[in-house]
Design a protein around this ligand. Structure first.
Ligand SMILES: [Zn+2]
Length: 262
């Protein structure tokens, strides 16, 4: 009898841990509604581009060549893990993380509620993890390469990491390239000014939004008014997701997952 009670306890704890780690899925509070089966069994389905594209923003620019791949709606919500960048400390690190979180949360509700996980230690499973790197000015500002694996009619979507590149100040860049610190510091007045802290945070926010758009399954836009345009806008007022960005992602999640257009 005692053994049975122990087993029941262990089973209960294991179930609780499982629910804590991966729940809630679709249909739960704070999660999207569970989709009809045909919406998630869309591989091989062919749709008419003329019916879908006029109201789908820039979604169709790439969908003519490849299937629509996205997270399955029965996931319910997306969990994004955002730790502090290791190359910064104190308030600077917190500010960078906060900017990334704001950028990622721009997509909250399109369609998934986005849950941000900042805990140093966690038992929860996350779907997307932010990877911070410090790079030079001419390198890419970020990177996100989602993966999609077809299993029968279903699509298994995944993301290995969402990278955000933060440019160092010109002095830091020289030190990183091997120049002794005293010499680099002595050149400070002669170097072009780096981005101001506010400009750096605006850039991180915009890069996070752009890469999170890829993480949701979006490709690039053909208009510089959209955050998914391949080049970051110079005008700070354009560094945010546009109505067309939202229209595109919303359209992606109403298509059967894995469908192609003709
Ligand atoms: Zn991009």
């Amino acid at each position: 009898m005692k053994v049975l009670i122990w087993l029941a306890c262990i089973g209960g704890i294991a179930y609780g841990a499982y629910r804590y780690a991966v729940s809630p899925a679709c249909g739960a509070r704070d999660a999207v509604a569970c989709p009809p089966a045909e919406l998630e069994e869309g591989f091989g389905v062919v749709l008419k581009a003329s019916e879908i594209c006029p109201s789908a923003g820039y979604l169709c620019l790439d969908l003519r060549n490849q299937p629509a791949f996205r997270w399955p709606l029965d996931k319910g919500r997306l969990r994004v893990r955002v730790l502090l960048p290791e190359f910064a400390s104190g308030e600077e690190a917190e500010a960078l993380r906060q900017a990334a979180i704001e950028g990622i949360r721009a997509w909250d509700g399109h369609p998934f509620p986005i849950v941000i996980d900042t805990a140093k230690f966690t038992v929860r499973m996350w779907d997307i993890r932010v990877v911070w790197t410090q790079g030079l000015f001419n390198e890419a500002a970020g990177l996100a390469r989602p993966g999609a694996e077809v299993q029968g009619k279903r699509v298994k979507f995944s993301m290995s990491g969402l990278a955000i590149v933060v440019p160092p100040s010109p002095v830091q860049a020289l030190i990183a390239q091997g120049m002794p610190q005293e010499i680099a510091m002595s050149l400070q007045d002669k170097l072009p000014p780096g981005d101001s802290p506010a400009a750096t945070l605006a850039r991180v926010r915009a890069v996070a939004t752009h890469e999170m758009g890829h993480a949701l399954g979006l490709m690039h836009s053909d208009s510089e008014n959209d955050i998914m345009f391949p080049v970051l806008a110079k005008d700070p007022s354009r560094l945010r997701a546009s109505a067309r960005d939202f229209r595109s992602v919303d359209a992606l999640y109403t298509l059967p997952n894995g469908a192609t257009l003709q």
